[in-house]
Write a protein that binds this ligand. Structure first.
Ligand SMILES: *[C@@H]1O[C@H](CO)[C@@H](O)[C@H](O)[C@H]1NC(C)=O
Ligand SMILES: *[C@@H]1O[C@H](CO)[C@@H](O)[C@H](O)[C@H]1NC(C)=O
Ligand SMILES: *[C@@H]1O[C@H](CO)[C@@H](O)[C@H](O)[C@H]1NC(C)=O
Length: 404
């Protein structure tokens, strides 16, 4: 999950260097929102704002029904889909109406909601803290799981009048689900089925290069972590995004960088839909706090799934213990489906194999394709047949069995 990001940075950097100091002259494209993207694909779209208990304003998008079914007036079960690190709601739309998870769900009669975590390009507002204040960025995936997901789920259930929904998360969207369902276990009752695509929970066996490389510097509390924590991962994030976006769409000179990126990104795995790249570049990296990355690297170093490690003194003040407390996974009573990719360096099979012993209600699927990697769960050419169809079939079966 980090490697791809560094590549994006390298390309953006190259783009900046290539145009020397006059990169500002590149005619930046205007950002297209998820709602506009949904409408351009021929589906109805809604944009909703939800405030968390600590003041963050999150932008959610909705595909209320499918034009193919004309089912706007019928009762529709709800699915809530949550993105991974550096990502946003757009990632579940980019494959287009035939292959993207959000549309596949809509076409099966679902009311589809796409979340956006605090700090990403859609959710950069707070009613209590100014975005320029360092406190705005003092969060990790703990807060996304403990506050953002509950706020979004409550909002959806209240608006739709449903009592529970299906949850699908990719990568960090799984980590945050595990936080919510263990730290605020009352939310298990609001989940019909939970689909964890590439879940980084225990991370001791991660082979992903950036995590391993950064571990000595930020994996344990100390100077490295102190210098880096509580800030936006890239202050110039918007410029990076616009440069990259522009590079991947207009300028013939910069386009070569975009293509190089596509090749590197594929990592030789060959599963990714490379024609997606220009669109991925429009909305990624979508923005994170450095603490989210540091917290993942702490998971790798500690080989445990636990709260953010602030160092003994601050841990004592915050948690009442020298070590950060572990999340109690036995609290996760919801129906959990774990999807593991054999070639996934961020959510390793060996680490995922440690989860079932704690989860009272789970099923684990190992993807048969030996080359299935971390991003293949959303961007592979075969994502519909390998992932989406299965997730939807399980959700439909649940709804059919629990029909009143
Ligand atoms: C932030 O959210 C508040 C409350 O929803 C809203 O009044 C304000 O206009 C928003 N600010 C920005 C910059 O979007
Ligand atoms: C790797 O996976 C194995 C098997 O699940 C587990 O016992 C071990 O703790 C994990 N972490 C490391 C660092 O080996
Ligand atoms: C690959 O991406 C393109 C561009 O978004 C899309 O039109 C196409 O349907 C995708 N193919 C698959 C199999 O997902």
């Amino acid at each position: 999950m980090f490697k791809q990001f560094l590549l994006i940075l390298a390309v953006a950097g190259a783009g900046l260097a290539a145009s020397e100091n006059d990169f500002i002259d590149i005619p930046f494209k205007r950002l297209k929102t998820s709602a506009e993207r949904i409408e351009s694909h021929g589906y109805p779209a809604e944009s909703h704002f939800v405030e968390t208990e600590d003041g963050y304003v999150l932008n959610m998008f909705r595909i209320p029904h499918s034009p193919k079914l004309n089912n706007g007036q019928q009762q529709r079960p709800v699915v809530f889909i949550q993105h991974g690190l550096f990502s946003c709601s757009d990632c579940f739309l980019l494959n287009g109406p035939d292959d993207a998870l959000a549309y596949n769900f809509a076409d099966k009669g679902y009311d589809v909601w796409l979340g956006n975590a605090r700090g990403n390009l859609y959710s950069r507002n707070n009613t209590k803290i100014n975005i320029k204040h360092p406190n705005f960025w003092a969060f990790s995936w703990h807060e996304i799981g403990a506050y953002d997901l509950p706020a979004m789920i409550d909002y959806i259930l209240e608006l739709t009048g449903e009592s529970a929904l299906h949850y699908v998360g990719h990568s960090q969207g799984c980590t945050t689900f595990f936080v919510m369902a263990s730290f605020r276990p009352e939310y298990n009752a609001k989940i019909k089925t939970a689909h964890m695509l590439a879940p980084p929970i225990f991370m001791g066996n991660v082979t992903e290069g950036t995590v391993v490389a950064l571990a000595p510097y930020v994996g344990s509390p100390g100077l490295g972590a102190e210098l880096l924590q509580n800030q936006v991962f890239l202050p110039w994030n918007e410029v990076v995004q616009r440069v990259l976006d522009t590079a991947c769409s207009n300028d013939p000179y910069l386009l070569s960088y975009c293509k190089t990126l596509a090749l590197m990104w594929g990592g030789g795995e060959g599963n990714l839909n490379v024609t997606l790249l220009p669109q991925v570049a429009e909305t990624h990296p979508a923005g994170i706090s450095t603490n989210q990355g540091i917290h993942f690297i702490q998971s790798y170093v500690s080989n445990q799934f636990r709260r953010y490690d602030w160092g003994p003194k601050k841990n004592m003040a915050k948690y009442g213990s020298v070590e950060p407390p572990a999340y109690d996974l036995t609290q996760i009573t919801a129906e959990v489906y774990l999807y593991a990719g054999p070639a996934d360096g961020s959510a390793n099979l060996k680490d995922i194999a440690r989860l079932p012993q704690y989860l009272p209600n789970h099923k684990i699927f190992e993807i048969e394709d030996e080359s299935w990697g971390h991003l293949d769960f959303i961007f592979a050419l075969k994502v519909k047949e390998v992932i989406n169809d299965k997730v939807i079939m399980i959700s439909e079966t649940y709804d059919w069995l629990n029909k009143v």
